[in-house]
Ligand binder design. Structure first.
Ligand code: F0G
Length: 354
């Protein structure tokens, strides 16, 4: 229904826009919610009603497009000159694409050496002014804050209020696709904006009587950068999940409230648990997501084992980004023998063990 409408138009009544807002759209939103077929059984919980929200199928390959369509549309409406963001990769890819469509200059500050290859390629090819910063994401965001005002640059990180407003539409879609709110939502946590946005969305739909309930919100940081779990910022966050390699989340307070109000939890998962979940999704469900995205499933597996989660619950795991952005991690995880084989049927038969 309405799937060909721009996301902002589809949910206009819930968003801070007017009929005059010039909409910049790349065809974002309306991503599939896919029911798990094999994983509940493989994990030993066959009663589980598990689904995955495939946010990697947005136009630039991540959930960031939902917030960016609104942030860039509002920037055009306000006659912005140029936009700027700090990013672990996906925000920069999304900002660069929407800015170029709007005709705006886009500056991106990336933590040098810690951005997945596909994301870097996207930002460069969309035409952003890409700066590799000698510092991590948190330092890059500090630089953005320091530069923005006096240089008349519009910040399109999630500290821009329109970003999370746009991102809350993902919760609307989950409710529509399931026909109800799930019992639990599992989601990765980096800068802590997305879990905050989903919680806004679920609460909005309950208030609007489009859902009878709201889910328990379970958010997962990577262990080496789990500032919220530890209760203090981390100066040198480390994790293989580079998208959530963040030591001082900007939306810390709102995310903490989301977990508390919903009777959920902010917890952490190890890199090992993340990589196992990442491989399980590909192998059992045919889903290739980013390592960071798999923190949601890793968290679910952890809490199934802990007994936190009811065995026949309805659960949605948000898979935030597309695995194609980071092929290096996949190939390093699973070493395949790719030495060439002669084009000879009998030789092939032998290699294929037919
Ligand atoms: N998953 C992916 C694939 C991400 O790119 C991010 C954040 C998150 C999860 C965490 O979401 O920050 O709202 O808690 N990426 C940001 C970026 C930081 O710069 O692309 P969050």
């Amino acid at each position: 229904m309405h799937s060909n409408l721009a996301l902002i138009k589809r949910y206009q009544e819930f968003l801070p826009v007017s009929d005059k807002t010039p909409i910049v759209s790349l065809g974002e939103g309306n991503t599939p919610l896919v029911a798990a077929r094999n994983l509940p059984g493989a994990l030993g919980y066959p009663q589980l009603s598990l689904s995955f929200k495939l946010e990697g199928l947005n136009p630039t390959g991540s959930f960031k497009d939902r917030g960016m369509t609104l942030a860039i549309s509002k920037a055009v409406e306000a006659r912005a000159r140029a936009v700027i963001c700090a990013s672990t990769g996906n925000t920069s890819a999304s900002a660069a694409a929407f800015a170029t469509k709007a005709g705006l200059t886009c500056y991106v500050l990336l933590p040098a050496g810690h951005v997945a290859l596909g994301k870097l390629a996207q930002a460069i090819l969309y035409g952003a002014r890409v700066i590799a910063l000698a510092g991590n994401f948190d330092v890059a965001l500090d630089m953005v804050r320091a530069l923005a005002d006096e240089n008349n640059l519009t910040v399109v990180n999630s500290i821009n209020p329109f970003r999370l407003e746009g991102q809350k539409t993902a919760a609307f879609e989950v409710v529509e696709q399931l026909g109800r709110a799930p019992d639990y939502l599992f989601i990765p946590v980096g800068n802590a904006g997305n879990i905050s946005a989903y919680w806004r969305g679920f609460k909005t739909y309950k208030e609007a009587r489009r859902a009878d309930s709201t889910p328990k919100m379970f958010g997962f940081e990577a262990e080496g950068s789990a500032a919220m779990v530890r209760g203090q910022p981390i100066a040198n966050p480390e994790t293989i999940a580079s998208a959530i390699r963040i030591g001082n989340p900007a939306s810390w307070q709102e995310a903490a409230r989301a977990a508390q109000e919903s009777n959920g939890k902010i917890d952490s998962v190890s890199d090992q648990e993340i990589l196992e979940a990442y491989a399980l999704l590909a192998k059992h469900e045919g889903i290739f997501c980013e390592p960071s995205s798999a923190a949601s499933l890793a968290g679910l597996i952890k809490h199934l084992k802990l007994g936190t989660v009811i065995k026949d619950a309805t659960i949605t795991c948000v898979l935030t980004g597309n695995g194609l952005k980071d092929p290096n991690t996949a190939l390093e995880l699973v070493k395949a023998d790719l030495s060439p084989v002669a084009p000879d049927p009998s030789k092939l038969k032998e290699v294929m063990q037919l």
